[in-house]
Design a protein around this ligand. Structure first.
Ligand SMILES: [Zn+2]
Length: 249
């Protein structure tokens, strides 16, 4: 088990090294990449690098690109991920090159589910936020698969009010359709785009910092090195590996 989690963490570090958070792609190519898979599910990480929303650059959701790619390698899922700074916000702008690419993938490949992976702060005090637009972005059976698979992997379902009352972060808790993380009831998310524009079932997954950031050096915005919880990250990868397979079935 120890060996296994070391390998997972090393693989995530190696994959994340491909991402340039604050630089546009070198040769004018799109700031995202698609790697085809063999299973009918697409993993998406649109915020893997910094992105512009209106006039501001928003900070990257660190390690979501690496997380999505590692899962794709282990399960045969398709993966679309940001690897360099973007002049648009793929998850906020109603139209973006990222969504156009997603539309093209959906038209040419067999994709039956889109799992859109993001990063949230530890300050919400729970590990994983699952957003299904309160049930509108996928079927109830998908919600059951998500809750049961996360539970079987050692995560415990809780509610937004309960999480708010936690004294400190409990990364082993998850909330479905937290008011702040519905996956697209109020904005033009990738989840909403997949469900409404492409007719593909989808859900959004927000992972807290402790469940995904293996290590990052301090920046001017976030001084001091940060390391997530190694056991938590290994458990999150194992849980989402099973979940990816289950949602594709
Ligand atoms: Zn995000």
């Amino acid at each position: 088990m120890v060996m296994q989690s070391v390998t997972v963490l090393d693989r995530l570090i190696a994959l994340e090294a491909d991402v340039t958070y604050r630089e546009p792609p070198a040769d004018g190519c799109p700031p995202f990449r698609y790697e085809p898979g063999t299973r009918p599910i697409l993993l998406s990480a649109p915020h893997g690098a910094a992105h512009r929303r209106n006039d501001d650059y928003k900070q990257e959701d660190e390690y979501t690109a690496a997380f999505a790619r590692l899962l794709a390698q282990r399960t045969g899922a398709h993966v679309l991920y940001a690897f360099a700074q973007s002049e648009s916000d793929p998850n906020w702008d109603q139209e973006s090159a990222y969504k156009t690419a997603l539309r093209h993938i959906a038209a040419t490949r067999d994709i039956r589910f889109v799992a859109d992976i993001h990063g949230m702060s530890n300050r919400h005090k729970f590990g994983i936020a699952v957003g299904t637009m309160c049930g509108a972005s996928c079927r109830q059976r998908h919600e059951v698969i998500i809750s049961e698979t996360l539970t079987a992997a050692g995560f415990i379902e809780t509610t937004a009010p309960e999480a708010k009352a936690f004294p400190t972060l409990r990364w082993d808790r998850f909330v479905v359709n937290h008011g702040r993380f519905t996956g697209g009831l109020t904005s033009h998310t990738v989840t909403r785009f997949a469900a409404e524009e492409l007719g593909i079932h989808a859900a959004q997954f927000e992972l807290c910092a402790d469940l995904r950031i293996v290590r990052r050096r301090g920046t001017d915005k976030w001084p001091g090195d940060f390391r997530g919880d190694p056991m938590g990250i290994a458990r999150a990868v194992a849980a989402f590996e099973r979940l990816t397979t289950a949602l594709a079935a």
